[in-house]
Design a protein. Structure first.
Length: 333
C-alpha cells in the first residue's frame, strides 16, 4: 500500500540557510526506525544526510533527541531543524550547457552525446553534475545537484533539473506517479511491423554486471512504441517511457529483436541493407553510439502548476544518418 504522510512547515534550499520540517507519524510508519521514517517523508534528502542530522541532535521526537535506530510510534511529532550545507563530493567545473529553459525552480537541458550525467568510476569529473555546479553553485545543497532522472552517456536530448528542494520533491513525485511525459526517437535494426507495448521487468544481467536485462525478478518496466518510418532493414520509432529503469529502452527493444542502431552493448552490429549505397554503408558503420534521442519532455511546473512541454531538435549525427536512409528509400522507389 502506498504510504501517506502529513507535513507542517516548509523547507528552504539556499546555501547556508536552515531547513525546517515537522512530520506527524502516521500508522503506516509506526514501529519503524527514525531514519527510515525521515527518508520516506523527505525523499529529496539522502539517508546519510538525515542520519548525520539525527546524530548531531538536530532532530527531535516529541521534543526529545533520538538516535537513528530508535523506533517511532503513530501520532508522534518529528521536528527537524538543521543547516543545509553544500556537499563537496563533486567539483564545480566550467562546462558549456545547452539550456532550453531556466527559472528559479527548474532548468531544462539538451544533453549532447558523450556527456556522463553523474560522476562514477572512470568519470570522476567532466560530467553534467560538475557542469551544473559550475553554472549554479547553490545546487550543491541538493541531492546530485538537483538531477532527478538521467540519460545514458551517449543518449542525447532533454533532462530536467531541480533548483530547490520544493522543486526536487515535486519532480520526484511526478516521476513516481508516471506523470512526466518522456518521448524519444529510436532508430532500430529490423522492419518493425506495428507499434506496441513492452511490459517486461528489468534487472542486472546475471553475468555481465555493466549490462541490464529482462529478468523475472527485475523491477517492473513498461515502454510504448510506434512506427514513424520504415527503411530497408531498419525502422524509426517513437518511444514513450512509463517507467524509468536503467537502459530501459535499449533493453526492451533488444528483447523483441530490434536493438538500437549503434548499440553494441545490446547486440546491434552494423547491418547495412542489401544493395545499400556507399554513403549509407559508411554512415551506418561509422555511427558511434546508440541511435536514441530524448525528443520531448512534459511536466507540471513545481510551483506555478502550469503544464510545460519542451522539444529538442534531432542531433546532427542522427539527422545525417536518417537522411541517408531517406535518400536510399527515394532511390529505390
Amino acid at each position: 500500500m502506498k504510504q501517506t504522510f502529513a507535513t507542517e512547515g516548509a523547507a528552504t534550499a539556499a546555501r547556508g540557510q536552515r531547513i525546517r520540517h515537522e512530520i506527524r507519524v502516521v500508522p503506516d510508519w509506526a514501529e519503524r526506525r527514525l531514519d527510515q521514517v525521515l527518508a520516506a517523508a523527505l525523499p529529496e534528502l539522502s539517508r546519510s544526510r538525515l542520519q548525520h542530522w539525527i546524530e548531531a541532535g538536530q532532530v527531535w521526537v516529541d521534543g526529545l533527541p533520538r538516535r537513528s535506530r530508535d523506533k517511532v510510534r503513530a501520532g508522534q511529532l518529528i521536528h527537524l531543524d538543521a543547516m543545509l550545507e553544500p556537499r563537496d563530493e563533486c567539483l564545480a567545473q566550467s562546462i558549456a550547457l545547452d539550456i532550453l529553459f531556466e527559472d528559479e525552480q527548474i532548468l531544462v537541458i539538451n544533453k549532447p552525446a558523450g556527456l556522463v550525467v553523474h560522476p562514477a568510476a572512470g568519470h570522476r569529473d567532466g560530467t553534467l553534475q560538475n557542469a551544473l555546479l559550475g553554472h549554479a553553485p547553490d545546487l550543491a545543497t541538493l541531492p546530485r545537484a538537483g538531477i532527478v532522472h538521467r540519460l545514458d552517456k551517449d543518449t542525447t536530448g532533454l533532462l530536467v533539473v531541480a533548483k530547490t528542494l520544493e522543486a526536487h520533491r515535486s519532480l520526484v513525485a511526478q516521476l513516481q506517479a508516471r506523470q512526466v511525459h518522456r518521448e524519444y526517437r529510436a532508430l532500430v535494426i529490423g522492419e518493425v511491423v506495428a507499434g506496441g507495448r513492452i511490459d517486461a521487468p528489468i534487472g542486472r544481467h546475471a553475468t555481465q554486471r555493466t549490462r541490464m536485462a529482462v529478468v523475472s525478478d527485475g523491477r517492473p518496466a513498461s515502454t510504448r512504441y510506434r512506427v514513424l518510418e520504415r527503411f530497408a532493414g531498419h525502422s524509426l520509432l517513437g518511444v514513450e517511457l512509463e517507467t524509468g529503469r536503467t537502459h530501459q529502452i535499449r533493453v526492451h527493444l533488444s528483447s523483441i529483436g530490434h536493438p538500437l542502431v549503434g548499440d553494441r552493448s545490446y547486440g546491434a552490429r552494423p547491418r547495412p541493407p542489401k544493395g545499400a549505397g556507399p554513403a549509407l554503408v559508411e554512415a551506418l558503420q561509422g555511427f558511434p553510439r546508440q541511435a536514441l534521442h530524448a525528443l520531448r519532455l512534459g511536466l507540471v511546473h513545481p510551483t506555478r502548476g502550469l503544464e510545460l512541454l519542451w522539444e529538442a531538435p534531432m542531433p546532427d549525427d542522427l539527422s545525417v544518418l536518417l537522411e541517408r536512409f531517406r535518400q536510399e528509400t527515394r532511390a529505390w522507389t
